[in-house]
Design a protein around this ligand. Structure first.
Ligand SMILES: [Zn+2]
Ligand SMILES: [Zn+2]
Length: 261
């Protein structure tokens, strides 16, 4: 398989970590790994650059990671922590001089068309955000084979993605047999784990994520979309071999001869 690099642009839950106002009771952690922007990722090979989700920190995330080109944007679903930064695709339109291909669920496309209606008006201002929605199904972007994976997020059907040897699932509360089958055999898996307890109607807890990760059996699983009480150092120590908490700006290799860490 083509060597691929995954950078975690953000690993936090919907309000980010720490939350604005701190709920007045959180003691902020001084560990930089406990500063989590909204969950997003950058997947790239020598030839192809794909971003998954564009939440409220999208602009900052692209600057921090040094993203210069986006060959496609994959959107898991329409919650604000995953689409709130779509306006900041604009500079990529400027430099690439083309619409950005976008892969998402048809309901998510309808939501984006409604919410960001000014981007789709026939007489919109020149230089506005320009997205080109792709048909939902397996597709190839450069040297990346991308397959949508159906994910259950409470009462919402959303998408995960299989990208070559990478499985990417966020905001899941359940994965059915079809999803497990599409993720089987992946080298690296990204999976959401909100908190240790209690259970949540729309997100895996960390123990649930560990159970799912074991059933998929990737070489390495990285947990994302964590809430404030999840402290990196304590939590990482409690996780079994092969399953670790991701943190913002962590970059890992996927597949290829020198997969690490
Ligand atoms: Zn989310
Ligand atoms: Zn969500």
């Amino acid at each position: 398989m083509v060597p691929m690099t995954l950078t975690f642009l953000g690993t936090g839950t919907s309000m980010g970590v720490p939350v604005a106002g701190g709920f007045g009771r959180e003691t902020p952690s001084t560990d930089p790994r406990d500063q989590r922007w909204r969950t997003s990722a950058w997947v790239r090979t020598a030839h192809t650059s794909v971003v998954i989700d564009a939440g409220p920190e999208f602009r900052l995330q692209t600057l921090r990671a040094g993203i210069r080109r986006i060959d496609a944007l994959l959107i898991t679903h329409e919650h604000t922590d995953h689409v709130g930064g779509l306006d900041d695709l604009r500079p990529f339109n400027y430099t690439q001089r083309a619409p950005i291909p976008v892969l998402c669920h048809p309901r998510t496309e309808a939501h984006i068309r409604r919410r960001f209606d000014y981007m789709f008006e026939p007489d919109k201002t020149p230089g506005s955000v320009d997205m080109a929605f792709m048909p939902v199904g397996p597709t190839r972007i450069g040297d990346l084979e991308i397959r949508p994976v159906p994910v259950i997020h409470g009462n919402l059907d959303i998408l995960g993605f299989r990208i070559n040897d990478l499985g990417y699932v966020t905001d899941a509360s359940e994965l059915d047999d079809e999803a497990i089958g599409l993720l089987a055999g992946c080298d690296t898996l990204v999976l959401n784990g909100l908190r240790w307890e209690p259970e949540h109607p729309t997100h895996f807890t960390i123990p649930q994520a560990v159970e799912v990760a074991r059933s998929i059996g990737a070489r390495r699983t990285w947990l994302v979309h964590m809430s404030t009480p999840v402290r990196h150092a304590d939590t990482d120590r409690r996780l079994p071999e092969g399953i670790r908490l991701a943190y913002d700006q962590l970059t890992v290799s996927v597949g290829g001869p020198s997969a690490s860490p």
